[in-house]
Ligand binder design. Structure first.
Ligand SMILES: [Zn+2]
Ligand SMILES: [Zn+2]
Length: 241
């Protein structure tokens, strides 16, 4: 299927990556109009999760989800640009599995908007992607988080640090796991290599991934940056449920 799709992309480069229809690539006007950014209101102050009735059960004045109240993640704050539905789902799938590397610059526009809406670029020192394990990188040929982070760093005019973090352990896919299992699965999977330590120390690092599900991966990656002495870690993902 994949080589065939690559051929289609070559022959009809102007098809929309979300709906496959004609129109300005990579995302047609009608899909673009259906993409809405995640609202800033009604979210957990720390992880950005949309608050539900269950989260308010403990009734504190601070808007925190139950998860962050129970166990504070290693990142200081996390936000996601887009809700993971509508045209966003096929776009993310395409970016990740269907040789969709060419989509990253267009999608980084949404990450850029999210950074400006929540944090601004001034406070951030470097942009760092969540790395793939080298074995997985070889299979896929690219890391979608790295492509997004690179395009975002360019938009923000900030240094890009793709080798600040390393994935030291390959982890099985997270897809069918619950929150606790996901956390155990990625615990200790990341490290800052000794030569990168001076770059992390005391810095405010913008950590970028494509999708945030329970936040376990961003948490584990942020824990490695904090262990290396990072001052702040702001976790940013393109999409989240
Ligand atoms: Zn479309
Ligand atoms: Zn939270």
């Amino acid at each position: 299927m994949e080589p065939f799709r690559t051929w289609i992309d070559l022959l009809f480069p102007r098809a929309c990556a979300a709906c496959g229809g004609p129109g300005a690539a990579p995302i047609c006007e009608s899909c673009r109009a259906r993409i809405s950014v995640r609202p800033a209101e009604g979210c957990c102050r720390v992880c950005g999760k949309t608050l539900v009735a269950r989260d308010d059960a403990l009734g504190t004045a601070e808007p925190l989800c139950l998860g962050c109240r129970t166990r504070r993640p290693a990142f200081d704050l996390a936000r996601s640009a887009l809700p993971f539905g509508g045209p966003v789902r096929p776009l993310v799938h395409r970016l990740k599995y269907n040789g969709g590397a060419w989509l990253a610059p267009a999608l980084s526009e949404y990450l850029h908007g999210c950074v400006l809406a929540h944090w601004g670029a001034e406070a951030i020192d470097l942009v760092c992607p969540v790395p793939l394990h080298p074995a997985r990188w070889r299979r896929r040929g690219y890391n979608q988080a790295e492509l997004l982070a690179r395009a975002l760093a360019r938009r923000l005019g900030l240094p890009f640090a793709p080798r600040l973090l390393r994935r030291v352990r390959d982890t099985p896919t997270q897809t069918h796991r619950g929150a606790d299992q996901r956390r155990a699965n990625v615990a200790g999977a990341f490290a800052v290599p000794p030569r990168a330590l001076p770059r992390a120390y005391g810095r405010c690092i913008l950590l970028v991934d494509d999708v945030m599900t329970t936040g376990a991966t961003l948490d584990a990656a942020a824990a490695a940056l904090k262990a290396a002495g990072a001052g702040r870690v702001l976790a940013l993902s393109l999409a989240r449920d």
